[in-house]
Design a protein around this ligand. Structure first.
Ligand code: FAD
Length: 381
């Protein structure tokens, strides 16, 4: 590998690495992008199922949403987005309820017909009934915020499935608030100024971003396997896992993982996402991707669909890392790796959700990548 002919090396062709590569190439820099998977786009990767025309999001539903005009104006340069607006229902005891909790959710669960003001007053009294004023764990916090009935229906078992532990064992501070709306608004992303799905799929969008002649992409290439061939002083934007890079020498950074089960069916579920709150149903969500294609009514209207069930799973070293488990201990471990990296790769910058060890929505990843590329370019001039 002739890495030295490049100005920058980007490890990972997910949305973060792609934005950095696109911005640097636009400014005349030559980029080598290494990607360990056999495809670009990272976790937002999607592909078209040939027999149905349904665009499958391989790593779970991805809905683009942002409050930022800058991010929206940037991303829409690379492909058209449709006008999809995300809504979610949660199934509890065989019945569907709007999620996040709004007045309708409360009325359906209690069999009432309250207005927003009445529901707000009512929930306060429900929360007070629990008698919890100084919550010590997730469960107590949930109860103190919305009362017993809503907590038990929508938070208790869902959380237990998601984290594979009793909510009493989870810290109170992971639940700063529960987004309860005292209105009928059922938009999932209520504050998003812009939202939608790329009409030609996420992979084409990312492909357009990487189309510059100044970007060379090598798929099926794990940086760890070719590190010897790359000068230690090269400027590397590293979007992979820092513990893997150093062969887990200080320990494994904790994550929660997921498993997806895809099935062609004769039934559609009627909307893109349904959450499952009951404990005996082991998956947390079902995705019916065709409902994202509102710009292709024939695909939405077709009989049957492809349903994808999402199961929470234990993460093991080398497996698919989805949600970082950010605790003071894991943060300390991450910082230990960062310090070690500074000695070994003086010009390596860690970015993206894996490199930064943070959960980021796509817009936040883009925002951070635009900021980083601006800094890199101002240093390079
Ligand atoms: C289940 C789920 C649903 C989500 N839904 C949404 C949503 O609806 N809306 C939203 O805005 N966001 C959503 N997100 C977040 C979104 O997935 C992230 O914002 C986005 O993927 C971040 O991109 P990234 O480039 O940082 O990371 P990634 O997409 O993970 O890209 C990193 C890339 O680096 C590669 N890589 C890693 N290590 C190496 C190595 N050593 N060598 C070479 N390549 C390497 C990986 O293969 C990967 O392709 C969701 C996340 C999850 C887990």
């Amino acid at each position: 590998m002739t890495a030295f002919k490049y100005d920058f090396i980007v490890v990972g062709a997910g949305i973060f690495g792609t934005v950095v590569a696109e911005q640097l190439a636009r400014n005349g820099k030559k980029i080598l992008a290494l990607e360990k998977r056999n495809h670009i786009a990272g976790n937002i990767y999607s592909y078209t199922d040939k027999s149905t025309g349904i665009e499958i999001h391989k790593y779970g539903s991805h809905i683009f949403h942002t409050e930022s005009d800058v991010v929206w104006n940037y991303i829409t340069n690379f492909g058209k987005f449709n006008d999809y607006i995300h809504t979610v229902d949660t199934r509890y005891n065989g019945k569907l309820y709007p999620m996040p909790i709004n007045v309708d959710t409360i009325n359906m669960l209690y069999g009432t017909d309250m207005t927003g003001e009445e529901a707000e007053k009512f929930l306060k009294s429900e929360a007070k009934k629990t008698g919890i004023t100084d919550p010590k764990n997730f469960e107590e916090k949930g109860l103190s915020l919305v009362g017993e009935k809503l907590y038990t229906a929508f938070l208790k078992n869902y959380t237990k499935k998601q984290w594979d532990t009793n909510p009493k064992n989870l810290p109170a501070d992971i639940l700063s608030r529960i987004p309860v709306r005292f209105s009928h608004n059922n938009r999932y992303f209520i504050t998003a100024k812009h939202q939608g799905i790329p009409e030609n799929g996420y992979t084409k969008l990312v492909g357009n971003m990487l189309s510059s002649d100044l970007i060379d992409i090598k798929l099926n290439t794990n940086f760890c396997d070719v590190a010897q061939e790359i000068p230690k002083t090269a400027t590397i934007i590293y979007c992979g896992q820092i513990d893997e890079l150093f062969d887990y020498k200080f320990g494994v950074l904790p994550y929660r993982s997921l498993r997806f089960e895809m099935k062609k069916t004769n039934n559609s579920q009627g909307q893109a996402v349904i959450n499952e709150a009951d404990y005996d149903i082991k998956y947390t969500r079902t995705h019916d991707y065709k409902y994202y294609q509102i710009h292709q009514p024939d695909i939405v209207k077709q009989h049957g669909s492809i349903l994808c069930r999402e199961y929470p799973a234990t993460y093991e070293k080398g497996g698919e890392a989805y949600y970082p488990i950010n605790t003071p201990e894991s943060e300390q471990l991450y910082q230990k790796y960062i310090k070690f990296a500074q000695k070994n790769y003086p010009n390596m910058i860690f970015g993206g959700r894996l490199g930064a060890y943070r959960y980021w929505d796509m817009d936040k990843a883009i925002e951070a990548a635009l900021k980083l590329s601006g800094q890199l370019l101002s240093h390079a001039h």
